[in-house]
Ligand binder design. Structure first.
Ligand code: UDP
Ligand code: MG
Length: 199
């Protein structure tokens, strides 16, 4: 079994994919993980899929999944989770806002501290205060109230899971924003968070 599966759902991210790929590879090589990268194309209309295919042709650790149309991030994650072969599954956004350098510590928290999920926490968001930060705070406050899960940032794209977790949840619709809640309902309650850099 591989150590890690890194799933990247993307929609029209042709420009960032090559840089993201090199960044992930450099961290993985440094840590010496046996890993795979799953690039899940959610019906992109730009050249993202061609870029993903070129990356997988050059790097045997890269696999691509593609949809004919845009089904949403949940669907892309769902297919990625089904395909993942790693002992630990990591998800990250393709827009270079999530840093792969956070991954080793998240992996350590799962392996050594026994977490089922480690969710990224964008403590200092590099987004507009009014249009993103305030709505995000309200959203997270409501999510904490409704789910009883004490996460600051439930919706962060950067998360790590014990493989079992992603094989036992069904992510659909807008549920990618509430995966810790799905996991808790499936019996995985050791949920932690790690402050992460947000670019
Ligand atoms: N994404 C996707 N399908 C969509 C919209 C977005 O797979 O229909 C991908 C997108 O390319 C990125 C990730 O989901 O890799 C997060 O998207 P975005 O940055 O728009 O979300 P936000 O950061 O605002 O939560
Ligand atoms: Mg984003």
């Amino acid at each position: 079994m591989k150590d890690l599966s890194i799933i990247v759902p993307f929609f029209n991210e042709a420009e960032s994919l090559p840089e993201l790929h090199s960044w992930i590879v450099s961290v993985m090589e440094k840590e010496g993980y046996d890993y795979e990268i799953i690039l899940a194309d959610d019906g992109s209309t730009d050249s993202s899929w061609e870029v993903a295919r070129e990356l997988s042709a050059k790097n045997p650790r890269v696999r691509g999944i593609s949809f004919r149309r845009n089904y949403g991030k949940s669907a892309a994650l769902y297919e990625g989770f089904a395909a993942a072969e790693g002992e630990i599954v990591v998800t990250m956004d393709a827009d270079l806002q999530d840093s792969p350098e956070e991954i080793p510590e998240m992996v350590r928290m799962i392996r050594e501290d026994g977490y089922d999920i480690v969710s990224g926490w964008k403590q200092k968001r590099k987004d507009n205060a009014l249009t993103k930060n305030l709505p995000s705070k309200l959203y997270n406050w409501a999510a904490r109230r409704v789910t009883g899960i004490k996460l600051h940032d439930m919706n962060c794209g950067l998360k790590a899971y014990r493989s079992e977790v992603v094989k036992n949840i069904e992510v659909y619709g807008e549920m990618h924003r509430y995966i810790p809640y799905l996991a808790k309902n499936a019996g995985y309650s050791k949920i932690g968070e790690k402050p992460v850099h947000h670019e």
